[in-house]
Design a binder for this molecule. Structure first.
Ligand code: CMP
Length: 144
């Protein structure tokens, strides 16, 4: 299991509010290398597949509405212990609970529209990277 990589998504609110550059700058300033990145408009089917573990949650439909409301930017990030390091950088799911200086504290407007996604375990990072970058020729580069 490669513990040096995680999957991030700059969500539709981030793109819509023209914050992609600022958020990416903070990610790079924190020492993450961008190994792959592209902008996509998710279909409902693609978004539902990505968030399948949340299918029974009451917020699932709102989450899918939001994630399909405009383009988003999935990316593969590399840094030692990437999953934990990135979750520390982005802060808690609800920006009201996020630490000062974290990406969600700085930029997110609500728990639903929280700017960025980060994988929650190395196992899920592996699955999520494959979901967006596995099978269509967009292979994360080796930047080391
Ligand atoms: P993310 O890290 O992308 O993973 C699941 C997402 O569901 C989460 O970020 C939030 O944006 C969203 N989410 C979690 N809890 C709620 C909630 N109570 N209401 C709306 N959206 C939520």
């Amino acid at each position: 299991m490669n513990t040096n990589r995680t999957l991030a998504i700059l969500k539709p609110d981030c793109v819509r509010r023209a914050l992609s550059g600022s958020v990416l700058q903070q990610i790079e300033n924190a020492g993450f290398k961008v190994c792959a990145l592209h902008m996509v408009q998710l279909s409902r089917e693609r978004a539902e597949g990505f968030y399948a573990v949340h299918r029974e949650r009451p917020f699932f439909n709102d989450l899918i509405d939001f994630m399909t409301s405009g383009p988003c930017i999935p990316m593969v990030l590399e840094k030692p212990n990437a999953v934990e390091a990135f979750r520390t950088l982005i802060g808690a799911t609800d920006p009201q609970d996020a630490d000062e200086g974290t990406i969600r504290k700085r930029f997110a407007s609500s728990k639903a529209e929280n700017i960025v996604h980060g994988s929650d375990s190395p196992e899920n990072a592996h699955i999520e990277i494959a979901y967006f970058f596995g099978d269509h020729g967009s292979i994360p580069v080796d930047i080391s």
